[in-house]
Design a protein around this ligand. Structure first.
Ligand code: DC
Length: 205
């Protein structure tokens, strides 16, 4: 039986941690769809055409450890405005979503475009300042040399591009539950998400 949880929202709102926690709690498979756009973005840095890169993408490219840099995040956000790039990635995401045993997908357009029929939709958000501070602390812990101001500017630039594009812009689905993590610990947000999902699971579980 398939059961899909769609988790959308802007960068550094806590989507990744919540998605991984939900997947571990319920035994669902997890797909971080941002990695698809990051892998395409990374290829364009070598000069590859983004549409060709999207068609040629293989699942093992998502496993590369070097996709989580700020440079690749910006490249991902840029290729993500191209509707042909998005179209090339739809089938992979939809078949992942309907796999047996349940799936959690996190991204920007999962509840609106990829899985409008998802059984549960969450839109996880937080203020730009809170998200930038979290990202800054993460980068700092890894030894990356950035300032708070640079990280905030980066977060704002990506938010604007992701929300204002015409192809599948980031926005909550009409039936999504909003989860604002500005004043919540990630543990509390995860506990909230687990309760919401538990309430939507078929009674036979
Ligand atoms: O979630 P992330 O930061 O890894 O995503 C990187 C970029 O990819 C993000 O700025 C916009 C794009 N993206 C998208 O357009 N749609 C998705 N479902 C996931 C990510």
């Amino acid at each position: 039986m398939s059961f899909t949880v769609a988790i959308d929202g802007p960068a550094a709102a806590g989507k990744g941690t919540i998605s991984k926690g939900v997947a571990a709690h319920f035994g669902f498979a997890h797909l971080d769809t941002g990695l698809l756009y990051r892998a395409v973005g990374r290829r364009t840095l070598d000069g590859t055409d983004p549409i060709e890169a999207a068609h040629a993408l293989t699942p093992d490219e998502l496993e590369r450890g070097d996709l989580r840099t700020a440079k690749i995040a910006q490249a991902a956000s840029k290729v993500a405005v191209i509707s042909e790039v998005r179209a090339a990635l739809v089938d992979f995401q939809r078949s992942f979503a309907r796999r047996e045993g349940g799936a959690v997908l996190d991204g920007r357009d999962i509840g609106t475009v990829i899985c409008p029929e998802a059984e549960v939709k969450l839109f996880v958000t937080a203020s730009a300042e809170v998200r930038a501070e979290r990202r800054y602390l993460e980068l700092n812990a890894k030894g990356t040399d950035v300032t708070r101001e640079q990280v905030l500017a980066d977060v704002r630039e990506r938010d604007a591009r992701d929300a204002e594009r015409s192809a599948a812009p980031m926005k909550p689905a009409a039936d999504a539950v909003l989860l604002d993590t500005s004043d919540l610990s990630i543990e509390a947000a995860l506990a909230h998400a687990i309760v919401l999902i538990e309430n939507k699971r078929p009674a036979t579980h």
